[in-house]
Design a protein around this ligand. Structure first.
Ligand code: 1HN
Length: 345
């Protein structure tokens, strides 16, 4: 590839004249914005230990009252982006949030989309647009763009969950903002029961739901059951994996980030081809190894890691006796809409 002229090759007065008129020569920067064959990736393989962060999060509960935090969160930041940017990848934000018994995180709505993967504790709930969603370990709860949400806790132990947002992307597009609101009135509970079984959806008087987000809570008990059934009924499939989708139309459950759950059978090793998306892996149950680019992360329950895009990844179950369950987040829905999604086999 032809080497291009450098900025330093240009006379001082010419560079100053360009700057004066807010002009920039392309050629000194062309190779860096358009590198050959593969993007320059800021996202670094990064691991966050739950046992490591948990005491610090509990201490935040003592140091900062909920009223002074609104959302009491430690952000899982990728050093490749700079910790202050609060990014796990170019598009994904991750945070571990703590709610103590009796605390309330007030109602608001914002443009970034969020999901919560519940990690620990009983008795907390999120109310989303009037629908009360109880939080149980492994549940996925959506709070999509523009929808009111608040968190409460009637239990007696700390509750901790993983927040996954498309905040870095929405912030980058200069569309990120919040509106504060009053406590919501609960108008629905257990709404996900209407979608208990794939293939049948509510159709009162032959009318299907037109909601963009018909299902807000994906209970782990059901997802786990589905994965186990898949492992038994389809022993030949390469990956025992399910996608979190809109049950009315089968599309990804949110527009920017995609979510799935994967079961590694006892002793199983899974080679995944390089994809253009960075990926987040969070251990729901069991123990898995995640290796990529010469890095090897051993995930125990509630551990999380991030692997940059364009990288083959090997997942392995570290137990020969028990299945391992992993929650996966990526930005494939966004990349597919943009037309830049690739799988390199
Ligand atoms: C947010 O609204 C929540 O509602 C958590 O629990 C984390 C991070 C950035 C922006 C908004 C929540 C968030 C957030």
């Amino acid at each position: 590839m032809q080497e291009l002229g450098r900025l330093e090759d240009l006379p001082e007065d010419y560079r100053a004249a360009l700057t004066e008129q807010n002009l920039v020569p392309l050629w000194p920067s062309l190779r860096s914005v358009l590198p050959p064959g593969k993007p320059a990736l800021r996202t670094k393989p990064t691991f966050w230990s739950y046992q490591g962060l948990r005491p610090l999060l509990l201490r935040a509960g003592e140091l900062t009252p909920i009223e002074k935090a609104e959302r009491r969160v430690l952000v899982l930041a990728n050093p490749g982006h700079g910790l202050e940017k609060m990014q796990a990848s170019s598009t994904i934000y991750l945070g571990m949030q703590l709610l103590q018994p009796g605390e309330w995180a007030p109602s608001h709505r914002h443009t970034p989309n969020a999901v919560r993967m519940i990690v620990e504790g009983e008795g907390a709930y999120t109310t989303v647009e009037g629908e009360k969603c109880p939080m149980q370990r492994g549940d996925l709860i959506l709070t999509p763009t523009g929808m009111w949400h608040e968190h409460g806790h009637d239990g007696d132990q700390p509750v901790i969950w993983l927040d996954v947002l498309d905040l870095p992307l929405v912030y980058y597009t200069e569309t990120s903002y919040v509106i504060e609101g009053k406590a919501q009135t609960v108008t629905a509970e257990g709404a996900e029961q209407a979608y208990q079984r794939g293939g049948v959806v509510p159709a009162p008087m032959f009318t299907r739901s037109r909601q963009t987000f018909p299902m807000l809570r994906y209970p782990w008990v059901d997802v786990r059951k589905t994965l186990e059934a898949l492992a038994v009924s389809r022993p030949e499939i390469e990956a025992v994996q399910v996608a979190y989708v809109n049950p009315e139309n089968g599309h990804d459950c949110q527009r920017i980030l995609g979510f799935s759950a994967l079961m590694l059978r006892p002793g199983e090793k899974l080679e995944m081809p390089a994809r253009s998306t960075a990926m987040v892996f969070h251990q729901i149950e069991g123990a898995a190894g995640v290796s990529a680019e010469g890095h090897q992360f051993d995930l125990a329950e509630a551990d999380t890691c991030c692997i940059p895009g364009y990288t083959p990844i090997t997942l392995s179950n570290r137990s020969a006796a028990h299945p391992a369950f992993i929650f996966i987040a990526d930005d494939a829905p966004l990349q597919k809409k943009l037309g830049v999604y690739e799988v390199r086999t």
